[in-house]
Write a protein that binds this ligand. Structure first.
Ligand SMILES: NC(=O)c1ccc[n+]([C@@H]2O[C@H](COP(=O)([O-])OP(=O)(O)OC[C@H]3O[C@@H](n4cnc5c(N)ncnc54)[C@H](O)[C@@H]3O)[C@@H](O)[C@H]2O)c1
Length: 255
């Protein structure tokens, strides 16, 4: 087993995952980036050092097993697992075809289940920590998010199941639920529904979108010993979106 701590970040080639990779590197972890975009992950590894890129579709059980074998051979431990890989698309319920539903479930939910199951033996070695990346869409319902929001609500519950069973090994499992963050994922959604940006801002007390690093800092905290007694929790990192009711527009126009 390597002496260094090891973090595994799925979907770590860009966006929120990449911001988490950078924080783990700054804390001295070796980092495994598990991503479909191998070329991007490989460039990242060349540029940063301390990064092992592994091409893997987290929804493919065989690919996930092979990925876990590589990590077992190379490092023999996993201290932090961030199940961050995710996809989104927006459709009204009646236009959410079954293929789209299954695809979103398979990456967002099956992926977090499969990767955690495959890496649990390596986390048991060191009482590792899991952070699943859900979404505010898993806590609050909005239009067009039947598949995405439901997949993320399931990830929040999966986190509690993981905390229940894996606590016996000292493994903690927590969840972050980001509000809107300007990544490639969000850019595609805003392109499909341009009114979305203004709608979000109307409901976010901090009146802005989040930054990738602001999500990643909370992920890193939950993986750290400072959060050693925190498990089974979901933290919304959302500028207050989850807490907000009506009245912000009137308040702002009065100010
Ligand atoms: N950006 C937001 O506003 C926002 C808000 C709430 C939650 N989230 C969640 O945060 C996570 C990261 O989002 P982001 O905005 O950084 O996305 P992004 O699209 O910028 O990056 C996602 C990364 O995941 C990888 N990926 C996609 N499918 C994969 C698969 N099947 N297997 C392995 N890798 C795969 C992509 O190649 C990419 O590198 C997602 O789970 C997303 O649902 C994002």
């Amino acid at each position: 087993m390597t002496a260094n701590k090891v973090a595994v970040v799925t979907g770590g080639a860009r966006g929120i995952g990449l911001a988490a990779v950078d924080i783990f590197l700054s804390k001295g972890y070796d980092v495994v980036v598990v991503d479909m975009s191998y070329a991007v992950a490989n460039d990242l590894a060349q540029a940063r050092g301390g990064v092992l890129p592994i091409e893997c579709d987290v929804s493919d059980p065989d690919a996930v097993s092979a990925m876990a074998e590589t990590i077992a051979r190379q490092y023999g431990r996993v201290d932090a697992l961030v199940n961050n890989a995710g996809i989104a698309s927006l459709h009204p319920i009646q236009e959410t075809d079954f293929h789209t539903w299954k695809k979103i479930m398979s990456v967002n939910l099956d992926g977090a289940f499969l990767v955690t199951q495959a890496l649990t033996p390596l986390m048991k070695e060191v009482a590792g920590a899991i952070v699943n990346v859900a979404s505010i869409a898993g806590l609050r319902a909005s239009t067009l998010r039947t598949a995405y929001g439901t997949s993320k609500a399931a990830v929040i519950h999966l986190t509690k199941q993981q905390a229940m069973e894996l606590g016996a090994y000292g493994i903690r499992a927590n969840c972050v639920a980001p509000g809107p963050v300007e990544t490639e994922l969000l850019a595609k959604l805003v392109e499909a529904a341009p009114e979305m940006k203004a709608s979000y801002l109307e409901t976010i007390p901090l009146n802005r979108f989040g930054q990738e690093k602001e999500i990643a800092e909370v992920i890193a905290f939950l993986c750290s010993s400072e959060a050693g007694y925190v498990t089974g929790q979901t933290i919304a990192v959302d500028g207050g979106f989850q807490a907000a009711g009506v009245g912000l527009t009137a308040l702002r126009s009065a100010q």
